[in-house]
Design a binder for this molecule. Structure first.
Ligand SMILES: [Zn+2]
Length: 172
């Protein structure tokens, strides 16, 4: 893994798979939480998409492969089995802004990523808030949840207020 001064500000990470050596390069100008997310994203490509030799990633979800790598990276950095109980605990014990910052710092991610994770775990949150143990949750992709019309848990605005200043946020 290398940090490089990418000429493009949009390019987050690159994975090049070789026969004997594979490399991941990250944009050294990105924040540490963003680099952590991108490293997890590229590792997810490496593990999940073994028929592809190269990825140039700019953080968009244009293809199913990019979406899949983003979901895997989110689970790697914010595993739902750990994240959901802590989220519920934070909701009852903290004020709405400090809870968001505490979660972001605890997991080493941006506040936007915490919000995105709450959004993407909506159905799981709905189950968890109704007493389903975390190891018994039914995991269903967001698109399938929408297709099936499944109920949704509270969104990130229920748990957090938006920070008036940007802390560890760079769009991830
Ligand atoms: Zn990618």
């Amino acid at each position: 893994m290398r940090l490089l001064d990418f000429q493009s500000t949009r390019l987050c990470g690159v994975l090049i798979r070789g026969e004997f050596l594979s490399q991941i390069a990250l944009n050294q100008n990105a924040s540490l939480p963003s680099q952590r997310f991108t490293l997890s994203h590229e590792l997810s490509h490496y593990l999940l998409h073994q028929n592809h030799t190269q990825f140039l990633c700019d953080g968009c979800e244009r293809s199913p492969l990019e979406w899949q790598a983003n979901e895997a990276a989110a689970e790697l950095l914010l595993p739902y089995r750990i994240f959901l109980p802590i989220l519920s605990n934070i909701r009852s014990n903290s004020n709405r802004l400090s809870g968001l910052l505490e979660l972001a710092q605890r997991f080493g991610v941006s506040t936007q990523m915490v919000r995105n994770r709450v959004e993407s775990l909506s159905y799981e949150l709905w189950q968890y808030n109704r007493g389903v143990p975390v190891d018994k949750l039914k995991l269903i992709s967001r698109s399938r949840q929408t297709r099936l019309g499944l109920p949704r848990g509270p969104g990130p605005d229920y748990y957090f207020s938006r920070p008036s200043i940007t802390v560890w946020d760079d769009g991830v």
